[in-house]
Design a protein around this ligand. Structure first.
Ligand code: 13P
Length: 276
């Protein structure tokens, strides 16, 4: 297995995107890996900074070790939206394949400086880095923004060049969480970026986008698409259904199976949709 940048470049050239699912425990991770294996597609297990703090980086890595070592499909471990350089370094040291340093709330120069520092630290250990520019509306745990602000072409290229990141997440009008209306996505920026840079592009805020939108994003050469809220909804709907249908059943494993199945179905849907 090569590194995640190579896998994303390959995906971009071969007209598919690799989904990055925000998993939160062993079972959610297992459901995602199982879907990847069944559909012969690479998957990214994405951990929020909050999830890493909850378990501890070393402990979480140990929990996921067995899934990362399976060799039936490529499985990558990525840290999502990290604003704390020390936490990003801890994940690099504990064996994550990739980390996102999120300096998007900072002034441009400061974002560049800290993202570049994160990239230099990670690259020395063979770990890839994602950076973000602009503001993605909504909330992904600690990453919260009332109002989005789109990234522009010139500043995007400058950001990619100065930070030496492996893949780039521009704010293009998608949002974290559930959409309140139809998002107005800047597909033009993706097309312009694809024409001038080989750096793979990451799309945040996947939950709630239509299948047509996903396919248009892949057509515009998006290589990594993040999905978080849909997994959490699947998990809670699984619990709700179990409690409503079988309130007297005290079998935790049956409950876990139901949640697993719902998460698996979300992952399968995305894997099928992200291929054109
Ligand atoms: P959603 O919660 O909208 O799927 O966004 C996920 C995301 O972008 C994680 O960084």
């Amino acid at each position: 297995m090569g590194n995640l940048r190579e896998a994303l470049v390959y995906a971009r050239e071969n007209h598919y995107a690799i989904p990055a699912f925000n998993i939160f425990d062993y079972h959610s991770a297992w459901a995602v890996v199982r879907a990847g294996e069944d559909f012969h597609m690479p998957v990214i297990l994405q951990t929020s900074a909050g999830t890493v703090r909850h378990y501890g980086a070393r402990e979480l890595k140990k929990q996921l070790e067995g899934l990362l070592e399976r060799n039936q499909t490529e499985v990558y471990l990525h840290l999502d939206h990290c604003t704390d350089p020390k936490l990003a370094e801890a994940c690099v040291d504990c064996g994550w394949d990739s980390v996102m340093f999120d300096g998007s709330a900072l002034p441009f120069e400061e974002n560049v400086r800290l993202t570049h520092e994160a990239a230099r630290y990670a690259h020395k250990k063979g770990v890839c880095v994602e950076g973000e520019l602009g503001t993605i509306e909504g909330a992904e745990e600690e990453a919260k923004a009332e109002k989005g602000q789109l990234a522009g072409l010139e500043e995007s290229l400058l950001f990619i060049e100065k930070t030496e990141i492996d893949y780039y997440a521009p704010a293009i009008g998608t949002a974290h969480g559930v959409y309140k209306g139809v998002p107005n996505i800047n597909f033009q920026l993706l097309e312009d970026l694809a024409a001038v840079t080989m750096t793979p592009i990451v799309i945040h805020g996947g939950t709630g986008l239509s299948d047509e939108t996903f396919q248009r994003l892949v057509n515009c050469r998006a290589a990594k698409i993040n999905i978080s809220t849909a997994l959490k909804c699947a998990y809670f709907h699984g619990i709700k259904e179990f409690m409503e249908k079988t309130p007297d059943d005290l079998s935790p494993l049956t409950l876990e199976d139901q949640c697993f199945q719902r998460i698996y179905e979300v992952a399968v849907h995305m894997l099928k949709t992200f291929r054109i």
